[in-house]
Write a protein that binds this ligand. Structure first.
Ligand SMILES: [Zn+2]
Length: 183
């Protein structure tokens, strides 16, 4: 294992079940991508200290082959080694993670709540302007994170500092399924 920061290894930056299953070499060799992954790891260290809990990376670097298999756009920050899909069960659910990041001084390019299951955090290359975008992506598409949060009552209980574990049993009554007809 190659430790690149205090709590992250290079291997977990490119580990990919999809790559393994499809016999794809997902090990980055491009120096720019490696540099980006080091930068990503330093930013993830900030997230880890903010949450004061271990951060698990579901997926960080993805070569184009892996990225395509996942149905992700070729312009994805993952392809450049500049994004990670993370969870932090010891801290709270993905919304709690995103709320904490939004409330912090961390300069991110994008935080995206994806399918209510993980937090995507992406960056522009080191030294470039980070846009601080906050989005939600799910079956209904892509939308602004803040607006969506205002719309749903039970999610208001997710605080910035307080881990909220109630997401495991969200009140179904607040989830309208009337949009199902939309294809
Ligand atoms: Zn992602």
């Amino acid at each position: 294992m190659t430790k690149i920061t205090d709590h992250f290894t290079l291997e977990e930056m490119y580990a990919s079940e999809i790559a393994d299953r499809n016999n794809i070499d997902n090990i980055p060799k491009d120096p720019t991508i490696l540099k980006n992954l080091y930068f990503l790891a330093t930013q993830l260290e900030l997230v880890r200290s903010l949450l004061n809990s271990p951060v698990h990376i579901n997926s960080a670097y993805r070569c184009l082959g892996v990225n395509n298999l996942l149905g992700s756009k070729p312009t994805s920050a993952h392809v450049q080694g500049l994004a990670a899909d993370i969870i932090c069960p010891a801290f709270g659910n993905p919304r709690a993670i995103i709320n904490a990041i939004i409330g912090s001084h961390i300069q991110y390019d994008q935080v995206i709540l994806e399918y209510d299951r993980w937090c995507h955090i992406g960056f522009q290359p080191q030294g470039e302007q980070q846009r601080l975008q906050q989005l939600i992506i799910d079956k209904s598409g892509t939308r602004n994170y803040a607006k969506d949060t205002k719309r749903k009552n039970w999610e208001k209980t997710v605080g910035e500092s307080e881990p909220d574990m109630s997401y495991r049993t969200p009140k179904k009554t607040t989830k309208r399924t009337s949009r199902k007809s939309k294809r």
